[in-house]
Design a protein around this ligand. Structure first.
Ligand SMILES: [Mg+2]
Length: 381
């Protein structure tokens, strides 16, 4: 079996951009995607997805899919571990981790379709049930956040995550005032997106620890292993991260340093199913938690569910709720081109399951794809 063609579909966002604080101030997060198709000589086609947070950045991502796609055309997608390694040789020089991720997902999709099995079964099968936590938008008052928490709880969520990083006093006030007003049994996690200095993060982490915050995500520069390890050791709030890391290799040093309690690989960026699965294995061996980062497009979300279901260290996954203007926050709304969206949405008991269809298990509406398509780039053998 051989790959005959790789195509990158550059798509416009179907949701309004969300605002996030980061080291450079406020930045806008768009869920415009690059949907990747990998075609084979047996008529089976796989899909995968990545995104770089804006349509303009995604032009670069789509080009890199075409460039990296050259290295898999003519080769067997069923040997996905070997394909991953061959791509990695080029990707570690070019930095095209989004391309590696989407191509890897698409090859796993093919592998599942050929086997007639959902990916999670090929990864070892289902383990513990996976609940979802809601990532909730920035730019709201305490009152609005309290209302949002009750709305989310009514739909089965037990935890929400809000962005912080807007100043120590502001963030401590938010935690102090919000936590006591959350629904019973409903938790709060905070995410600073690498914004803070060590001392400012320490101050926010103290308040978060006092109020039983579920985790403090990316409190400081993500490469500062020592700083994260010190926060993790000195304060009770668990330190979370990994969305900004590529591949499973950096997890080794983070685990040895005890820098994080919660590991959040993002399939669209870490290196697809292959790399996220490997992070999960390492995390499980060290007794830490895997909580995949899924803020992003819809096919990637579905792929993430397979890894979450199959990993023993995973009992929770991110669920993007970018707006209050949706009827049901438990229904995935970051892509309009998947027709079986109810199969990847939140169930009544607050858990999520991957689709039972072969591969990733998403049904793509190609007309809907074309309606948001900005460009298509391809390479063939
Ligand atoms: Mg984050």
């Amino acid at each position: 079996m051989k790959i005959t063609r790789v195509a990158a579909h550059l798509l416009r966002s179907v949701v309004k951009p969300a605002l996030l604080p980061d080291q450079a101030g406020l930045r806008s997060l768009e869920i415009s995607a690059v949907l990747v198709e990998v075609e084979t000589d047996v008529g089976v086609t796989g899909v995968g997805e990545s995104f770089y947070r804006s349509l303009e950045d995604n032009r670069f991502l789509a080009e890199s899919v075409r460039a990296m796609g050259r290295h898999v055309v003519g080769k067997d997608p069923l040997d996905v571990s070997q394909r991953w390694q061959e791509l990695y040789v080029h990707v570690k020089r070019s930095g095209a981790y989004g391309a590696l991720s989407a191509l890897d997902e698409a090859m796993w999709d093919i592998k599942g379709k050929v086997a007639g099995r959902p990916i999670y079964q090929l990864l070892g099968g289902k383990t513990t049930p996976v609940r979802a936590y809601a990532t909730y938008p920035l730019g709201q008052s305490i009152e609005e956040a309290v209302e949002g928490a009750h709305w989310l709880a009514e739909h089965g969520f037990q935890l929400m995550k809000i962005p912080v990083g807007r100043g120590v006093d502001h963030d401590r006030k938010v935690v102090r005032e919000l936590v006591p007003r959350l629904p019973k049994g409903f938790g709060l996690a905070i995410d600073a997106n690498t914004t803070y200095s060590f001392s400012d993060a320490f101050a926010v982490a103290e308040t978060a620890s006092e109020h039983g915050v579920a985790w403090f995500e990316e409190p400081i520069e993500h490469m500062d292993l020592q700083g994260m390890a010190e926060l993790n050791r000195r304060l009770s709030v668990p330190i979370a991260g990994y969305q900004t890391f590529n591949t499973h290799y950096p997890a080794v040093e983070l685990l040895k340093a005890n820098a994080l309690d919660v590991y959040q690989p993002s399939l669209d960026y870490v290196g697809g199913v292959t790399a996220a699965q490997r992070v999960g294995v390492l995390v499980e061996a060290f007794g830490k938690r895997l909580v995949p980062h899924t803020m992003g497009p819809i096919v990637n979300f579905a792929a993430s569910l397979h890894v979450a279901a199959a990993q023993r260290a995973c009992t929770l996954i991110e669920f993007p709720v970018l707006s209050r203007d949706v009827e049901n926050p438990g229904r995935v709304h970051t892509g309009t081109y998947v027709t079986n969206v109810e199969e990847i949405s939140l169930r009544e008991d607050g858990t999520l399951l991957p689709p039972e269809r072969p591969g990733i298990g998403v049904e793509i509406d190609w007309e809907a794809v074309r309606s948001v398509q900005e460009a298509e780039l391809s390479v063939q053998g």
